[in-house]
Every structure is written in C-alpha cells, then in structure tokens.
Ligand binder design. Structure first.
Ligand SMILES: Cc1ncc(COP(=O)(O)O)c(C=O)c1O
Length: 375
C-alpha cells in the first residue's frame, strides 16, 4: 500500500468569514454591482484612515493603483523614477506605463528594502519621483527617503501592496508619502479578490486620482462626454468593496495574526538551530513589520539550491514561493547594473506558508520539514 501523503499546506489563502459573505450578498441584492454603491464609499472611508490617510481612491488592482498614482504625481515620458530592484514586476511596469524610465537601487541585506545610501548616486536632473516598496511587510527607512525627496523636490510614492498594517516609527505608512498604493489581491492581508487603493493626505492628488481612474469624466457638472485628458477605467466594483469593508473591520486582527505567526516561526526556527542556515526576517526598532509573507534566505554555506529545497518541501506537502527575481535582470528591463544584494535575495530567498489563519501544528510541520531538508 502506498504511504498516505500529509495534508498540503498552501503558501497563502485568504481569511474570509460570515461578514464577508453577508456584505457581498447584500451588495448583490441592492443591485449595485458595478463601480458605484454604498460599499465603495464606505471602503474608501474606512480603509484610508486605518493606514494614516485622509483620502482613499479604490482601483481594480494594485498595479493600476501604482500607475494611477504615478500619473497623478505628474510622471510622464522623459522622466526617471528611482525604485528598488528587489520588488515585484508591477512596481517597475507602472513606471514603464507612464513612458518613464525606472532607475534601480540595491536592497539592504537585513530589511530587503531599498538602500537609501544609493539614492544620491541614482539621482539625475530627470528624476521626477521615488518609489519605496514595503517588502514582505517591512517598511523602508522613511526619514532618509523623506529628506532626500524634500531636498530635491522629488515626488514620493510608496508601494504598500504588501504593507497593510505596517508602520514607520509608530506611524501608519500612508501618512508620510505623497501617495501610497495598496493591493487587495487574494494573498494580501486584506483582500477583495482583485483590488487596489491609492491613499493620500493631499486633496489635489485625490481629485486627480478620481478624475483619471474614471476615464477622465469631469468630477463635477453634467456628463457631456467631453474629455480633457486621457483617463483610464481603473474602477473597483461595489461587490469587491463589500468584501473590503468586511476585511477592513477586522484589519487589526488579521495583521496581528500574521505577526503572531511570524514570531512563532522565528522562535521555532531559532530553537531548531536553523538560524545557522537561514537568514530570518527582521523588524528594525523603528518599524512595525506586518509580515505579509514569512521569507527566509539560505546562508552561503547551504550547498543545496533554493529550487531543490522548494521541490523537496512541496513533496512533503509544504508550499513555498521563490523571492522576486530582481528588476535589473529582467529580460524586459536589463539595466546592465550589478546589484549584489538583490541578486542574492533573488537566488537564495523563498517564503513559507503565511496565511493569517495558519495553525501552530502546521507551522511545526513546516519547521520540521525544513529541518529534514536542510540537515
Ligand atoms: C510589491 C507589489 N507591488 C504591486 C503589486 C501588484 O498588485 P496587484 O497584483 O493587485 O496588481 C504586488 C502584488 O503582489 C506587489 O507585491
């Protein structure tokens, strides 16, 4: 008889409950299933203050939120935008959609976020904006970024697709940048299936976002189908927003579940002696890491390849994902740079099952499987 396989532990699943079901059913019953409706207004009003912003403008996904934000900040052809190479492709694509040029800087080896020491070197007379990215839940060094942007009058967009609930010096992330973009994809801490939001404290940016996201229909006055700008249909639906409202009601709980799980992983991995072989995620004294995903990086003396390790873990029923492949090496973006920290993360990093509702016995099995594979 063949041995029975252990239950599969997926890398991430959304945490959905009865309120989510009720709100979506309610949205359907009202008939408001497109891009207007009470849940949309409420979602923007509920979510934005939770991340430190006065205004929230919902979009159909995180990629469109980034594109819209760059457009609202005035980024266009001929401009350059500085951003970390170690990020997800959507960050760089948003720059390309504007006809602008992405300029990459390396990551720091502990937080995996952009290395602020390299900003000055990356700046030219064409630098229009800087994009920070909260990587796997850890924010960037915002003080350094803020003074760089202020000094050189550079617009600042934060890509917080992975940063729900993260903080810088006890301040929610969207309080400081000119605009902050969120994703609500199914693996995000707060999810609407697909979805995004740009949050800002500047009313003129919020107006521009609302104008551009809705095909540049005028914000006020009669709908005469006369357009003064090239806008986009980046609208979120009321059905998605219904999910978002339910998720936002328990945002604190969902973030704390992620954090509690991350602390448990770190504790168990250290106790198993695996810290000798794996670099674990950090939380700088000035940061609140929301631990969107619990990432680890193989140390140099681990001879097995990352990919081999991930395949063996999968055979044991433990699902993982590789870290992002750096932007400066992407076939569509090859910049000819050498950014060794990003390259190392891209080759040796992967993340473990990280659903908010993960159970301790599942995490114990992940740690035990890692022990067997690495020893
Ligand atoms: C850092 C980062 N930026 C942007 C995005 C894009 O978000 P979406 O998938 O909602 O378009 C993601 C999605 O995973 C991301 O991780």
């Amino acid at each position: 008889m063949s041995e029975s396989k252990p239950p599969f532990i997926p890398v991430c699943e959304p945490t959905l409950g009865e309120t989510e079901r009720r709100y979506v059913a309610d949205a359907m019953e009202t008939g408001w299933i497109s891009s207007a409706g009470a849940y949309l207004d409420r979602f923007e009003k509920d979510f934005a203050p939770k991340v430190g912003a006065h205004y929230g403008v919902a979009t159909c996904n995180g990629t469109t939120a980034l594109h819209l934000a760059l457009k609202a900040l005035g980024v266009g052809p001929g401009d350059e935008v500085i951003l970390p190479s170690f990020t997800m492709i959507a960050s760089a694509n948003a720059v390309l959609y504007c006809g602008a040029t992405p300029v990459f800087v390396d990551a720091t080896s502990d937080t995996w976020t952009l290395n602020v020491e390299q900003l000055e070197q990356a700046r030219t007379s064409r630098t229009k904006a800087l994009m920070t990215v909260t990587i796997y839940g850890h924010p960037s060094d915002f003080d350094a970024v803020k003074s760089f942007c202020n000094q050189h009058q550079i617009a600042w967009l934060e890509d917080a697709a992975e940063g729900h609930g993260a903080e810088y010096k006890k301040t929610p992330l969207a309080a400081l940048p000119d605009a902050t973009a969120y994703s609500f994809f199914a693996n995000k801490i707060i999810s609407t299936g697909e979805g995004g939001m740009v949050c800002t404290n500047r009313s003129e940016i919020a107006d521009q976002l609302r104008f551009l996201k809705n095909l540049a229909f005028p914000l006020k006055g009669p709908r005469n189908y006369v357009h003064t700008a090239v806008g986009f249909n980046y609208r979120m639906t009321n059905l998605q927003a219904a999910l978002g409202c339910a998720q936002t009601e328990r945002m604190h709980e969902l973030v704390e579940m992620r954090r509690t799980n991350a602390h448990y992983y770190s504790q168990q991995l250290s106790a198993s002696g695996l810290e000798e072989l794996l670099q674990l995620p950090v939380e700088k004294p000035w940061a609140k890491n929301c631990y969107w995903m619990y990432g680890v990086v193989l140390k140099r003396d681990v001879k097995k390849s990352r990919d081999e390790i991930m395949i063996t873990l999968k055979e044991k029923g433990v699902d993982t994902r590789p870290f992002f492949f750096p932007m400066h090496l992407q076939p569509i973006l090859k910049s000819g740079q050498s950014l060794p920290v990003s390259e190392n993360l891209g080759q040796r990093g992967f993340y473990l099952p990280s659903s908010s509702h993960l159970k301790r016995d599942q995490m114990d099995r992940v740690v035990e499987s890692l022990k067997q594979v690495l020893r």
